[in-house]
Write a protein that binds this ligand. Structure first.
Ligand code: AVJ
Length: 332
């Protein structure tokens, strides 16, 4: 027998990624969904973004939560014990403030982070149980953006418990207004009357400040945007020359959203071998990679009211950059 060359490693294709690429890069104008940002490298780049001077969102929201976590927990709990669930928990760094406030109030707290990444959840669980005595973490691996309503039920509660679902960080901003509504309706369907929802939204502000937050001078956000192409090169055997795409961040005033695009610097052709696809780009042609909707004062409250919650309180920073809004589940 001859010494055969070892077979090429088999590429494990994620069907969700494959479908997103076939649909998005086959469309005109071209687009890719924002969830594609968050592989390991992308999640790290996002963490780096949150520490940039220009990216005011994370630190502003953290300030609001630091100042008001006791009141938030007290309002949500009323006379019950509070359980805290979180959508897209990631590193759960800001949520610790709420968990600490809950432990202070009731001695212990159950924390139910929901995320698509089992490894991120596992890291968060270990860190939180180590750093917050009294917190017990029961992670749930699920794609909360999946349209399947059954997936939303978080499990039974004791008679003297209430649940607070936390959706902070302006993550809701990635959704079209009608999709955001659908998502909150599904969350509401998994809750009991008296449970609550905490929503963090970034507010409309000066254009220059918004653009700077999404186009930092160091280029971290540019790297985050291009990482989507790096990911496709690895996962789908594509041959994007990632530097041949420029990072673009634009304020769409009419839609009240920041947009990120990748703009082809030249006319070029890209192969996606795993999908047997060739994609043509004209010079200046763009891939739309993200929408980040900004809210006007009162809009988060209106969204809650439309989806089965009564807006109970809103907290903002002194400069009015960011808002955190508590909604109580009402009868629907
Ligand atoms: C995590 C969706 C809230 O829209 O501001 C950061 C992602 N995009 N810089 C946002 C992001 C560009 C971020 N969210």
């Amino acid at each position: 027998m001859s010494a055969a060359a070892s077979p090429a490693p088999v590429l494990q294709i994620d069907e969700r990624v494959a479908t997103a690429v076939r649909e998005g890069l086959g469309a005109w104008p071209k687009r890719l969904p924002a969830w594609l940002f968050y592989d390991r490298a992308g999640s790290r780049l996002f963490e780096a973004i949150t520490e940039l001077d220009e990216y005011y969102l994370t630190r502003t929201e953290r300030g609001i939560l630091a100042e008001n976590s006791c009141e938030i927990v007290a309002r949500a709990a009323k006379k019950s014990d509070l359980r805290i669930a979180e959508l897209g928990a990631g590193s759960a760094e800001k949520t610790r403030l709420l968990l600490r406030a809950a432990v202070e109030r009731q001695g212990t707290v159950l924390y139910e982070p929901v995320d698509v990444s089992a490894s991120a959840l596992d890291r968060a669980r270990r860190r939180i149980e180590r750093e917050i005595p009294g917190a017990t973490v029961t992670p749930r691996v699920m794609d909360y953006t999946d349209g399947d309503d059954r997936k939303f039920h978080l499990g039974a509660m004791g008679p003297d418990e209430k649940r607070l679902v936390v959706y902070i960080g302006s993550s809701i901003g990635n959704f079209e207004p009608c999709e955001a509504e659908r998502l909150l309706c599904r969350v509401r369907a998994g809750l009991e009357i008296g449970d609550s929802m905490l929503l963090g939204v970034d507010l409309v502000k000066d254009e220059a400040m918004l653009v700077a937050a999404y186009d930092d001078p160091v280029g971290v956000t540019a790297a985050f945007n291009r990482n989507m192409l790096v990911r496709l090169n690895r996962e789908l055997d594509a041959d994007f020359d990632v530097e041949a795409f420029a990072h673009r961040a634009v304020w769409n005033k009419a839609a009240a959203r920041m947009e990120m695009h990748l703009e082809s610097r030249m006319s070029q052709r890209v192969n996606v071998d795993a999908l047997d696809l060739t994609i043509e780009f004209a010079a200046g042609e763009t891939i739309h990679t993200e929408n980040s909707y900004k809210y006007r004062p009162g809009q988060a409250e209106a969204l809650l009211a439309k989806t089965g919650f009564r807006a109970e309180a809103t907290w903002t920073d002194a400069r009015g950059w960011f808002a955190v809004c508590l909604g109580r589940a009402t009868s629907i």
